[in-house]
Design a protein around this ligand. Structure first.
Ligand SMILES: N=C(N)NCCCC(=O)O
Ligand SMILES: [Zn+2]
Ligand SMILES: [Zn+2]
Length: 329
């Protein structure tokens, strides 16, 4: 079947939903072109179907496919930011990384190498997980490309700065402790957002603080509101190269039931999207959306939330890309 696509500003966009029903055909993210269908891409969406690092419910290996399937209804214009992301930048779907499901260390190496290969042309990655283990190799690659440790905003119910599980160092609860130990984060500018739920002990918070993390809890979002929080985050991070990691369990299970370690009392998808939109103009060098586990999802609720998070992140990156291009011209 021929793919009839929207082309805008010289960029190849989504399949035209007024010509080909959005529920027809093979699914890429937002029905964007595959990487081999474009000459070059400014932003690449890539899947990492890996969940060998989980401590509770498995299934995030199916997350990338589920987010793509849940992204068929996305449209080309983002009114919240007044941008048409797929016209401002060439966005393409780079498919999934082929990652060893039986060997975590090898998987981490593969993800890091694939992320470096995909960004060798200067493009920016938006990665669909997978469990949170994958953030470590993605951060390593982002730091290597940025040429310096990156700032990070980490949206999550959990700190993910624990040390080990059953003696294992590389798990979905430990990526950011490893990242600090490896010196790949700019510890002047790292913050968790949406944190909540029971911990193993007070020491978890003491360790986390010692590593340099700021914390905006889920309750802070409720009591302080989105605007105040956005101001604080922007102040803390400024124009540093910024990596954004979104664990979908940052959302309340009412908004995102399809995840492996759900915690009550989370933020809403509206709050998450509004905080992200508040980051407009910041120097985002990479992003991931992880921990979508479709087996526990209903009616694509979690998939839709994740696909919209990716859409707003792509909108921010595309907007910045277009402005940088304009000011360099
Ligand atoms: N990264 C996510 N989603 N969860 C970490 C939970 C670690 C634990 O079982 O304590
Ligand atoms: Zn989490
Ligand atoms: Zn996490």
């Amino acid at each position: 079947m021929e793919e009839i696509r929207i082309e805008d500003n010289g960029n190849i966009g989504t399949i035209d939903a007024s010509k080909i029903p959005r529920f027809a055909g093979l699914g890429t993210y937002a029905r964007l072109p595959r990487i081999d269908q474009v000459k070059a891409a400014d932003i690449k969406v890539v899947g990492v179907p890996f969940d060998a690092g989980v401590s509770y419910r498995p299934g995030a290996r199916f997350g990338s496919t589920h987010i793509r399937e849940s992204s068929r209804l996305l449209r080309p214009y983002n009114p919240a930011l007044n941008v048409s992301p797929f016209a401002l930048a060439q966005v393409a779907d780079a498919g999934d990384m082929a990652v060893n499901p039986f060997n975590i260390n090898e998987a981490i190496e593969t993800i890091q190498q694939n992320a470096l290969d995909l960004t060798s042309d200067g493009s920016t990655l938006v990665t669909l997980g997978g469990d949170h283990t994958i953030a470590l190799p993605l951060l390593r690659a982002a730091t290597e490309r940025a040429g310096a440790p990156v700032a990070m905003l980490h949206f999550d119910a959990h700190l993910d700065t624990w040390d080990t599980y059953f003696g294992a160092e590389y798990t979905h609860g430990t990526p950011f402790r490893r990242a600090v130990e490896e010196g790949i984060l700019d510890t002047e500018a790292i913050c968790h957002v949406g944190t909540r739920g029971p911990l193993y002990g007070k020491k978890d918070l003491e360790d986390d603080k010692r590593f340099g993390f700021g914390i905006v809890t889920s309750s802070d979002v409720y009591y302080q509101g989105v605007r105040e929080i956005v101001d604080k985050l922007r102040d803390r991070i400024g124009n540093r190269p910024l990596y954004i990691s979104v664990d979908i369990d940052v959302l309340d299970p009412a908004h995102a039931p399809g995840t492996g370690t759900p915690e009550a009392g989370g933020i809403t998808s509206r709050e998450l999207l509004e905080i992200l939109r508040g980051l407009r103009g910041m120097n985002i060098v990479g992003a991931d959306i992880v921990e979508v586990a479709p087996a526990y999802d209903h009616a694509e609720m979690t998939g839709v939330a994740a696909s919209h998070v990716a859409y707003d992140l792509i909108s921010l990156i595309a907007d910045k890309h277009a402005k940088d291009k304009e000011s360099n011209a």
